[in-house]
Ligand binder design. Structure first.
Ligand SMILES: *Cc1c(COP(=O)(O)O)cnc(C)c1O
Length: 397
């Protein structure tokens, strides 16, 4: 099919939840994505923070091929060596004691919410309320939408599950005021992604940890976007000197193969008993093999310190652009999860970058979001900075 036929078929047969899409993507290779007409793009969107190792990474590709020749799926009524190995790897590299697998970020978060409620139910404590933050994004199932503090996402689907409330992000006093006898958990992203690349301050996460300890509340960190090296440590919480009781991982975990994880402290994890929670596909051999290959490559090849270094270089260069152009309000983020707040339409800048062969994202109302593969080099940053510079120069303000 040519481009026109593909777009026509999409419009006729596919539910229109994505609106006008950018291009027909056909092939990926390392940090580049190619469309069906052979155009090459430097991919600083990485499938929305998914392709941490870039496209078609040989170690992940080989693992998937080998797994496909042996066993794709056989139901969680059986044990799998690769699932056991992945669980061990995740636990050994984090504060978690136990893991559960699902297929998407929303599903891992849904599991986190269920686990928090079950934890208190098991102790016969009447605690079920979840405090989340405005501008958060936790997914699109009904419960994760109920935890997503953005009216535009919630409104079409009311009534939503009950027991959720919202406080402004990075505001500890607001959380204090919201806590009741029924509060079971506080759920936040260490850096709000979708909401505009807003990092939590050290005092905020430490303060949340202290509040949770003081009031017997569980701290849930949604690391669906921030996890797997994105911010310069395997998980973002590792830079804050605190440990969550429950956290989730998804986007980059399988480098593109759908897999997510719910991770928890031992006594919390034990609240789930046989029959409480399950998933047909969650953690199947293909998913686990992809995640194991991704995670072990990231760890063995020291990709995370590399991402941290390239990320600081990138941020410095963005800061130089900020000094040069008034239209840039702020540069924020950490590692290779960076945002540039602009006093103009971010979509327009995104389109101009696309014309120049660079894929970037937007977030929140007026933020350009950069979540490139963790394997990018300084020279790729230079190319993006040069093109951003050209685009900002045309804005003439
Ligand atoms: C993307 C994202 C989700 C939802 O993940 P899906 O795989 O789309 O369900 C949840 N939380 C955060 C922080 C995300 O960035």
């Amino acid at each position: 099919m040519n481009t026109e036929e593909i777009v026509a078929a999409d419009k006729e047969y596919f539910m229109n939840v994505f609106g006008e899409r950018t291009m027909v993507a056909e092939k990926g290779e390392g940090v580049y994505l190619y469309d069906n007409e052979g155009n090459k793009y430097l991919d600083f969107s990485a499938g929305i923070a998914v392709n941490a190792l870039g496209h078609n990474h040989p170690r992940v590709t080989e693992a998937i091929q080998d797994q496909a020749e042996n066993l794709l799926h056989a139901s969680n009524i059986y044990y799998f060596e690769i699932q056991a190995k992945l669980s061990q790897l995740l636990v050994e590299n984090t504060c978690a004691d136990k893991v559960f697998y699902a297929n998407s970020g929303a599903e891992a978060n849904e599991g986190a919410l269920k686990l928090a409620r079950k934890y208190f139910k098991k102790q016969e404590e009447d605690k079920y309320e979840i405090i989340a933050t405005s501008e958060s994004f936790h997914g699109r199932t009904l419960a994760t939408l109920a935890a997503t503090g953005q009216e535009k996402y919630q409104k079409p689907f009311t009534p939503l599950p009950q027991g959720f409330s919202f406080v402004p992000y990075n505001d500890l006093e607001a959380v204090k005021a919201e806590i009741t006898e029924q509060t079971a958990a506080i759920m936040v992203e260490p850096i709000q992604g979708e909401g505009g690349v807003n990092p939590a301050s050290q005092e905020y996460l430490q303060g949340l940890r202290d509040l949770c300890d003081e009031h017997n509340i569980l701290l849930i960190l949604d690391e669906v976007q921030t996890g797997i090296g994105r911010t310069g440590t395997l998980f973002a919480y590792q830079q804050y000197n605190i440990e969550p009781d429950i956290f989730t991982s998804a986007k980059a975990l399988g480098n593109g193969v759908p897999v997510s994880a719910l991770l928890a402290r031992g006594d919390v994890a034990e609240a789930f008993e046989p029959g409480d929670h399950a998933s047909t596909f969650g953690g199947n051999p293909l998913a686990c093999r992809a995640a194991y290959a991704t995670l072990s490559t990231i760890l063995d090849e020291d990709i995370i310190p590399h991402a941290q270094n390239v990320g600081s270089y990138f941020k410095d260069e963005l800061n130089k652009l900020e000094e040069k152009y008034d239209v840039i309000i702020d540069v924020k983020g950490q590692g290779l999860m960076l945002g540039v707040e602009v006093d103009t339409d971010p979509q327009m800048i995104r389109d101009k970058m696309l014309e120049k062969g660079v894929l970037i994202l937007k977030a929140g109302k007026n933020v350009l979001r950069f979540v490139p593969p963790l394997i990018i080099k300084n020279e790729h940053v230079d190319e993006v900075i040069k093109k951003l510079d050209q685009v900002f120069a045309t804005l003439n303000r």
